[in-house]
Design a binder for this molecule. Structure first.
Ligand SMILES: Nc1ncnc2c1ncn2[C@@H]1O[C@H](COP(=O)(O)OP(=O)(O)OP(=O)(O)O)[C@@H](O)[C@H]1O
Length: 430
């Protein structure tokens, strides 16, 4: 009897505990879903204002490969749970454009009172910021007295909070407090491509890395041209706008000039950077995707030749083109810092592609999608060659071991085997 009643008490207690736990869980789920539906509502309001997709993936047209991916900040809208936790902490709040709004105080702390300067751009200084969450970000402080800066700011927040791609320097937040306007970006620890190409203090980039960087940039641009709705034209592709992450993967930064286009259709002044500008744009004042392709072509030649476009790179290329027989002979412009360590076929393929990009006639230039395909093929062929070489040398090693073993057994049969090894080795030459 006593045992029965104590069993009953234990059963009831367990039931009560489970019931309480379920109620707490249900309450948290309710809070979480309510928060998400609020976000959804504000997002749809925004969509009516500016018809750009929420993130780079939902409404994305199929791009040339599976490289498209979202990369969100730690507490981004895509990550509901961490967002909700962030909301509880009341540290950062989600802005109307769907990205984080940082408080001035937090940024002031994270940049040690704005002393961690990492660069200076046309719109103001850039600081490295170590957030309390452990995240490192780059804070671009816009010059507050600039009218253009204000316009840029609002357009950039609206536009770029919705664009996400692994080859873009994604905007993760902003701050609009105390008359200050700041943009917060993913931090790119290896700095800009230009410094790696031209600084004597940094190791020269290997040929393989240069081709990989060219492909990364092409993928970022392909996304802007063919993945974003409506398409985005960058308008200022140059080596100082290509930033590198810890593992030397490249991302396209600074959409300053495309912002202008989104806000006002009538852009009267010539914008962009001398040396990279499409001659067709200079004469017609119409900037198209093919103008980005032209600038990208200049960037390809920068990677090949290690020369700055402001120091006559394209004149140098034009001269070389007179001597090249169509698709070959580009080695005369190759960067001497490569010390001859490059694959000639790849060099000719990349330079030939670059030359097509800088064709005077925009229609004859390839699209960014075509470019991604060509460069992907260059890297694929290289990997196949490496794999082929590896498997041939493994076969040769295996045969050598067999010879050693058979030499032990019978010198006669070993001799015959040696002949077969030599013929295998001959066919190994690639
Ligand atoms: N996300 C980032 N991560 C790391 N460093 C950055 C980041 N953004 C900018 N920088 C650094 O700050 C410098 C200035 O960047 P910013 O984009 O403001 O100007 P810019 O592209 O160099 O020049 P311009 O404004 O004329 O195009 C860059 O050269 C780079 O070294």
């Amino acid at each position: 009897m006593k045992a029965e009643s104590s069993g009953l008490i234990i059963g009831i207690s367990i039931g009560v505990v489970i019931g309480v736990l379920l109620a707490i869980g249900g309450f948290f789920c309710f809070l979480y879903h309510r928060k998400r539906s609020q976000i959804g509502n504000s997002s749809s309001r925004r969509a009516a204002t500016i018809p750009i997709r929420q993130n780079g993936i939902d409404s994305c047209t199929a791009l040339s490969d599976s490289s498209v991916g979202t990369e969100s900040p730690k507490t981004s809208i895509n990550n509901g749970i961490s967002f909700w936790l962030g909301g509880l902490k009341k540290a950062n709040i989600i802005s109307a454009s769907g990205i984080l709004e940082y408080s001035y105080k937090d940024l002031q702390k994270a940049t040690v009172n704005f002393t961690t300067l990492i660069g200076q751009g046309a719109f103001g200084p850039v600081y490295k910021a170590q957030m309390l969450t452990g995240e490192t970000v780059a804070v671009k402080v816009l010059a507050t007295d600039s009218k253009q800066g204000e316009k840029e700011f609002h357009a950039e927040v609206m536009l770029f909070g919705r664009l996400h791609h692994r080859n873009l320097v994604n905007l993760v937040g902003y701050c609009a407090e105390k008359g200050q306007r700041m943009l917060i970006y993913v931090y790119m620890s290896r700095g800009c491509l230009a410094s790696h190409l031209y600084s004597e203090e940094l190791e020269p980039l290997s040929w393989e890395l240069r081709v990989q960087i060219a492909l990364d940039v092409a993928r970022g641009l392909e996304y802007l041209h063919d993945g974003a709705v409506p398409p985005v034209i960058h308008r200022d592709i140059k080596s100082s706008n290509i930033l590198l992450d810890e593992s030397m993967r490249a991302r396209v930064a600074d959409f300053g000039l495309s912002r202008e286009e989104m806000v006002s259709k009538h852009v009267s002044n010539i914008r962009g950077t001398f040396g990279y500008l499409d001659p067709e744009y200079i004469s017609t004042r119409a900037f198209t995707k093919k103008s980005d392709v032209y600038s990208y072509g200049v960037l390809l030649f920068e990677l090949v030749a290690g020369r700055n476009p402001l120091q006559g790179l394209m004149e140098y290329v034009e001269l070389a083109a007179m001597n090249t027989e169509g698709n070959v002979g580009w080695e005369e412009i190759v960067d001497s810092r490569l010390d001859g360590k490059y694959d000639l076929q790849e060099l000719n393929d990349v330079a030939t592609l670059g030359f097509k990009c800088v064709n005077r006639a925009p229609k004859k230039r390839p699209s960014m999608r075509d470019i991604v395909q060509v460069l992907s093929r260059v890297i694929k062929l290289r990997n196949q060659r490496k794999h082929h070489k590896k498997s041939l040398s493994a076969t040769a090693d295996e045969v050598t071991i067999n010879i050693d073993q058979s030499t032990h057994r019978s010198p006669m049969s070993g001799h015959r085997r040696m002949e077969s090894v030599e013929s295998t080795a001959d066919s190994c030459e690639v």
